[in-house]
Design a protein around this ligand. Sequence first.
Ligand code: GLN
Length: 547
Amino acid sequence: MARYIFITGGVVSSLGKGLASAALGALLQARGYSVRLRKLDPYLNVDPGTMSPFEHGEVFVTDDGAETDLDLGHYERFTGVPARKTDSISSGRIYSNVLEKERRGDYLGKTIQVVPHVTNEIKDYLRIGEDEVDFMLCEIGGTVGDIEGLPFFEAIRQFIHERPRGECILLHLTLLPYLAASGELKTKPTQHSVKELQSIGLAPDVLLLRSEHPIPQKEREKIALFCNVRKESVIAAYDLKTIYEAPLAYHREGLDQAVLDAFGISPAPRPNLTRWEDVMDRMTHAEGEVRVAIVGKYTQLGDAYKSIAEALTHGGMANRTRVKVEWVDAELFEREDPAPYLSPFHAILVPGGFGERGTEGKIKAVEFARTRKVPYLGICLGMQMAVIETARNLAGVTDAGSEEFDHEAGGKRFTPVIYHLKEWVQGNHVVERKVTDDKGGSMRLGAYSAHLTPGSKVAEIYGATEIEERHRHRYEVDMTYRDKLEACGLMFSGISPDGKLPEIVEIKNHPWFIGVQFHPELKSKPFAPHPLFADFVRAAVEASRLV
Ligand code: GLN
């Protein structure tokens, strides 16, 4: 049965709980343990699928088709363990399950209450898969003291109480603010946030303290004494140059040792940190720099394309080069010629997206990349834009467009080369959906396989002709245009196993032009860069040598 580590946060939000959890997971793996990471979010949305990227950053999709919090992306990037639907849960999902059971009569007419019905639902959820790993790391979103987080904290209190002693620990992350006037780090907010935890019956075993300044021994002792934590378990979390430094940095400060001590595991297995030493070596010993433009809609907010930014960094690591990403607002090219803006870049990427806004600008960016022979990677909507560009400018379908935009505008303005998918095959059954389905549930989501054409550029890059990648979209390229588009040089080099859905397009007569219907960025890791991103950055390096 798994041991449980609960990770909570105090004082302020955005302290990097997700990163700390992911790094701790990586460190436990380095000591030979198996781990699973989980996120419990107090918000009332049933899942983040319908939340705006402005609100909540990217939606991370799992193999089993769940739309989850972007923290699950961190978990996967640090541990390589594929997250599941059951690794992300919100209050909304918990309440929705409880209410569904109530309507079904499962509670036999009882009065339904937060305690025990909601807390029991949370505890049941925590136990899923407990026999599969050595450690289950459960991060609670938000900050201790938030009203909406209370049912989770109460459920955890009960869970710890019900388990045999020594099977659960609590790690609390806080901030030590620095007062420049007195030149001091202040410990009081941390003391208060631990008090807050204690008032609901929880006591931290390990404290992880974010600080911009070195934490003097005297302050550590004070925190240990007043927060009732051993002084070796008061761990500093200093600011990092890159997130991938976290495992080595936290290890140096003694985080994993403190966690194993708290469980009474002695002697602790020795860690093997070569994976992370290699990652850091690649990051710190990079030569040169390539510039990549991401032409998209949510450019003000890096988190909206978190996994793409990370996958490009991994691609840089594979080539020992730095990748400088710049976000370019697609709408700009609806008014202006893209050439002066895009010429300084060694590669162009059009990411996934929803809705018509900015698409004409993205099509201009594709045209620029195709005609100027600049490496181009189109992801999901970015692939659809590449198809529309070829259809309009080479195949004579001058009013080519996507049904998505006509559907939004409520009229018919385009010849749809991208159409709404009404049914598709998943495993060995057919899924059927209508446009009018709930926004939350009408997409092709999760892992699907594709056959790659032998001899194609993608088959060479993957070194395989069978692949599996994650999807999140409603619309598909219309296969009936295949011959016409291929005659213009846009090859359909990846197709779904039933031969019906185009998964990849590429242009042979171009240094690097690939569009994919799926999201390769979701599977890239610093220690295993995704082949498409590694090769895309390689092509950018080549382009940078030409200028
Ligand atoms: N909006 C497009 C679709 O639904 C693309 C989605 C995406 O880029 N993730 O098919």
